[in-house]
Design a protein around this ligand. Structure first.
Ligand SMILES: NC(=O)C1=CN([C@@H]2O[C@H](COP(=O)(O)OP(=O)(O)OC[C@H]3O[C@@H](n4cnc5c(N)ncnc54)[C@H](O)[C@@H]3O)[C@@H](O)[C@H]2O)[C@H](O)CC1
Ligand SMILES: [K+]
Length: 499
């Protein structure tokens, strides 16, 4: 688990590293710049590329100057430096790197406030104007310069963070930020990279290790963390030699209607392939043929709700394609009343819960809720931005003792402990119908196998995304959910075997 830290904590980690490694501040800047350049070279391998490094006068600008010098040393032939003198308060390391650049005789152009920038002729712009030191939205000449850069539609690569973007506070929709193709960021992704509002200014981001003290970072107080593969490896158990189907639980999937039987099939297929010992699907009788034909391993439960033998099941998933009619409400109420084991609430189950908050209050502690953003807002009210949603998740999850999985490009998982975990696996190629049903199937399967609710949510989300990454690598530009439901089996095997 990697802690996500704030801009303030990053500065402290910076100071701690300088004092305790020990390393001179200018050498830490050099190390950061070397790390940036090694990733930059992969992005822009052609040494004849015309590159303009736009620098501010703080340490982000200092990085920019060091990067310009390092690129020249790597035989990039057309590197020039533009300094935007937005202030006369320069940092010591900026000054030192300016001196080093001037010794090299790289072209350096300095612009003062009120100066008009000429049209940029370089193909690539490195944005080192402002970094994590941003203390207010851009205004005045800085704002004007950045607007002008944005109009030129160049290939823009930012150092650490796009100029004008706050790392961890909400950025107002009308603030001006450098629009980037890639951000090469130091040590940790910033919180805002992980929230969807960043999409308008960041196409891709990549983190490079600059050797800040990891022990210090991990000891920072933060309720935000990134899930790593090793966390999932430590959760996943081996299947024992003398184990049998009874060892791995019995999942019940309550899903599907006449027109949405596919949702039930996808959930059941994913559940089966994630290793539930037995899987039963409670579906409408008209779905029987489809179920038996497609998934012979899955059993069916049909008929009256009050005939369900709840005690047979180790875990229940309810909601995919279920509808919100009276019958669905009845099944949901019956589940809340009768089932005592772990439960996943998804899709229409969440819609029914949103419509009746007294039902939401009955959801047992340690249940897993898997809303997408619209379902989340229906459940917990409208939100103006994702920062607010993160706060709401934290509050609802701790107060209700629930695990809330807010599905997104970087899915967030709120634990009743107050922690929010971000998952980085997955790909936009997974943005297709039925993907959520598959996730529900994976999570219920893990619950049935005896994993705790938070373990099942974290492992489920991670493995779901990882299966998507693997399929994308195999050439799928869009991934059908059924493909992923079958792939998950292999993904689990691989993650477990690299223990
Ligand atoms: N974190 C690390 O370990 C390392 C970080 N490096 C780089 O340093 C920057 C942060 O540098 P800092 O000097 O603190 O701030 P900036 O360069 O981002 O900003 C400079 C300066 O500008 C002023 N300012 C802030 N906001 C505005 C504004 N809206 N308008 C005008 N002026 C503004 C303010 O005074 C700032 O102090 C980090 O991102 C990394 O790139 C190191 O090089 C390596 C170690
Ligand atoms: K920057």
């Amino acid at each position: 688990m990697q802690k996500i830290i704030s801009a303030v904590q990053t500065r402290l980690a910076d100071q701690f590293t300088i004092a305790n490694e020990p390393i001179a501040s200018i050498d830490l800047m050099e190390r950061a710049s070397v790390a940036f350049v090694s990733r930059f070279i992969e992005e822009v391998p052609l040494k004849t590329t015309m590159i303009a490094v736009y620098c501010g006068v703080g340490n982000n600008g200092g990085d920019g100057l060091a990067i310009a010098r390092l690129l020249a040393a790597k035989s990039y032939m057309n590197v020039k430096v533009i300094i935007l003198q937005h202030s006369f308060k320069t940092t010591i390391d900026f000054e030192e790197n300016l001196r080093r650049v001037q010794q090299l005789k790289l072209p350096v152009h300095i612009f003062q406030s009120e100066d008009v920038l000429p049209i940029e002729t370089s193909e690539v712009i490195i944005d080192a104007i402002l970094g994590s030191g941003l203390n207010k939205p851009l205004e005045g000449s800085l704002k004007k310069w950045v607007e002008q850069l944005n109009q030129q539609k160049k290939h823009v690569i930012a150092v650490d963070i796009p100029t004008g973007m706050f790392a961890d506070e909400p950025n107002s929709a009308d603030s001006v930020v450098v629009k980037t193709d890639l951000v090469i960021s130091f040590q940790r992704p910033k919180l805002n990279f992980l929230l969807p509002e960043s999409a308008s200014v960041i196409k891709r981001w990549h983190v490079v290790d600059i050797g800040l003290d990891e022990h210090f970072i991990q000891s920072c107080e933060s309720e935000l963390a990134l899930i790593e593969e090793k966390d999932i490896q430590s959760i996943l158990k081996k299947r024992d030699n003398f184990s049998h189907k009874g060892t791995y639980g019995h999942s019940l999937i309550i899903a599907g209607q006449e027109e949405t039987m596919g949702a039930a099939l996808l959930t059941a297929e994913a559940c089966l392939n994630t290793g539930s010992g037995l899987t039963t699907a409670y579906v409408p009788s008209l779905g029987l043929v489809a179920l038996n034909t497609r998934l012979p391993e899955v059993m069916a439960a049909i008929g009256e709700v009050d005939k369900i033998q709840w005690e047979k099941y180790s875990a229940v998933a309810i909601g995919p394609g279920l509808g919100t009619d009276d019958h669905s409400i009845e099944i949901l109420k019956s589940t809340l009343k009768n089932f005592r084991g772990p439960c996943v609430f998804d899709a229409d189950a969440l819609n029914v819960l949103s419509a009746d908050s007294s039902l939401l209050d009955l959801v047992p502690e340690q249940s897993v809720l898997t809303p997408h953003v619209k379902e989340f807002d229906r459940l917990f009210g409208a939100h103006e931005n994702w920062t607010q949603r993160v706060k709401t998740m934290q509050k609802e999850s701790t107060e209700r003792e629930l695990i809330i999985v807010l599905k997104n490009r970087y899915t967030l998982i709120a634990s009743p402990t107050g922690m929010i975990y971000f998952n980085l696996t997955g790909t936009p190629a997974m943005a297709s119908g039925g993907m959520g049903d598959v996730l529900t199937g994976i999570i219920v399967s893990l619950l049935a196998q005896g994993y705790s609710a938070i373990q099942a949510a974290m492992a489920g989300v991670y493995l779901h995304g990882k299966a998507g990454n693997e399929l994308e690598e195999l050439g799928y530009s869009v991934i059908p959910a059924s493909k992923l439901a079958r792939r998950i089996n292999k993904t689990i095997g691989k993650v477990r075997s690299t223990k």
